[in-house]
Design a protein around this ligand. Structure first.
Ligand SMILES: [Fe+2]
Length: 215
């Protein structure tokens, strides 16, 4: 069965280091007629459930543990009866939101997760946070791309994710993007945690400019 991708945009807040900001998050639903995987079920589980439309949620994958991405993970896990996957390198951020509830499964670099005929490969891409990951699916397509990578807050349309707050490193995110993302085929769509999608071929020429500007 061929898997397809759906996008839900949800609204809420992101808080860290004593500040709070309004944010819109992209929630990605990868699935077929019977089953789905949800990536970062942020803010509004009712809106996400409407798009899931009664299909079985096999897994909830988290790109990282900032509170805008994980704040509704427990509600989603309970509602859909699905296990939550996170890279344990983000445990310190996780426990700031869930001091007494643990996620179910640990993501690690290079592991693969399957849904139907689709395989997702976990790419550890630290920098925006220590445990940030991306999910690469060479057989999926978005807007006629060949392959997609769900990039969380590691790579956006226009450059790297933010590294100005706690637990972040600009040098580390640049190395992650250089070695883990810009090495993917140019035809790969980049499906981001916030804002517009982009492509590896569109972003790759800008690496040196990002380094020069320092963010
Ligand atoms: Fe983030």
């Amino acid at each position: 069965m061929t898997e397809r991708i759906e996008r839900v945009v949800t609204s809420g807040t992101f808080s860290l280091d004593g500040g709070t900001w309004d944010v819109d998050n992209n929630v990605w639903i990868l699935g077929n007629d019977s089953s789905v995987i949800i990536i970062d079920p942020a803010h509004d589980v009712d809106k996400i459930a409407a798009k899931v439309a009664g299909r079985t949620v096999e897994k909830i994958l988290l790109t990282h543990a900032h509170d805008d991405h994980i704040g509704s993970a427990k509600e989603a896990s309970d509602r859909f009866g699905a296990p939550v996957y996170l890279n344990p390198a983000d445990r310190e951020l996780w426990t700031m939101v869930y001091p007494s509830w643990g996620f179910d499964e640990e993501l690690e670099d290079g592991m693969t997760l399957a849904l139907g005929d689709t395989e997702l490969t976990v790419l550890a891409t630290p920098g925006h946070s220590p445990g940030s990951v991306c999910f690469y699916a060479p057989t999926l397509s978005w807007d006629n791309s060949e392959g997609v990578v769900f990039s969380g807050d590691t790579l956006f349309n226009g450059g790297p994710g933010a590294t100005g707050r706690s637990f972040s490193s600009f040098e580390t995110i640049i190395e992650s993007i250089r070695h883990k993302l810009l090495t993917l085929p140019e035809s790969t769509a980049v499906l981001t945690g916030h804002g517009d999608s982009t492509g590896i071929g569109l972003e790759a020429p800008n690496l040196e400019a990002w380094i020069a500007r320092g963010h």
